[in-house]
Ligand binder design. Sequence first.
Ligand code: SF4
Length: 333
Amino acid sequence: MDAISYERAGDVAGAVRAVQQPGAMFIGGGTNLLDLMKGGVARPMRLIDITHISGLDTVTTLPNGGLRIGALVRNSDAANHSLVREQYPLLSQALLAGASPQLRNMATVGGNLMQRTRCGYFYDTAFTQCNKRMPGSGCAALEGHNRMQAIFGASPQCIAVNPSDMSVALAALDAVVRVTGPAGERTIPFAEFHRLPGDRPDVDTSLQPGELITAVDLPPPLFSANSHYLKVRDRASYAFALVSVAAALQMDGNHVRVARIALGCVAHKPWRASTAEQMLNGQPLTQTRLHNAAAAALRDARPQRDNRFKVQLAQRAIVRAVNQAAGRTGGVA
Ligand code: SF4
């Protein structure tokens, strides 16, 4: 058993200072980190508990009409907050699609952004090949079980996916992540927060050493009337997605003024379907156009041996999610 020291941070500056000690890690709700520690995947020497920092557990309206969600807001509180439910129902739906009520009561918004892949080879230390866990060791999933893995953006080093539901909605909403680190405060556009694996699959995000997530900012609510989060999974609850879709539309009658579509569990980061968005923007929402856009979204997919089904599944999920967002509940793929 490894010895671990524990330190409770009183404020953001103290947390940032404390985490610069050798082997130190932040801990919030701990719903992912404790699993990783129990499995021997994460081995921190010092835990910096950030859950008692005041001011990071609130939801506040921004001067521009957007919303700031503190990093320590619990997933269940964020999902059920009246402003989130009314103005960002896409985010509320995505949060409620994740994990179980018990886990959502513990997990924080900041921690959700930091959750690691659910690749089985990453969690099972009996497997000696995992570049994410042990850089340079190889990737057991390439020739192993890869049904759940990526169809976009993978590298020969890693084909894992990001498992977060919340992050898919935040990608569609163009959220901004606020962080504080040794060099001060900065903001990170959501599209730049999570990384593709490249040759450093052990690095999940663009956070610099010592940086602490303090909040997520949502732009003014433009999609509250027409949005939908669709999660397709092997069983009805407490399962990670095979594929998920966050669809957000600004509609003008039958015309799509603006479309936002993000896919989950298809890549190492939430995957924006930009080509499909462009094919829908400013156009009447016909089923032919929507099917063509969905097909275009998957054109560059590179599935693995066991997950070719994800290509058609994602196409159909895009069609269904966009139809649902547009209020066409009868529309099916
Ligand atoms: Fe490890 Fe990534 Fe390969 Fe999974 S896909 S075994 S996380 S390197």
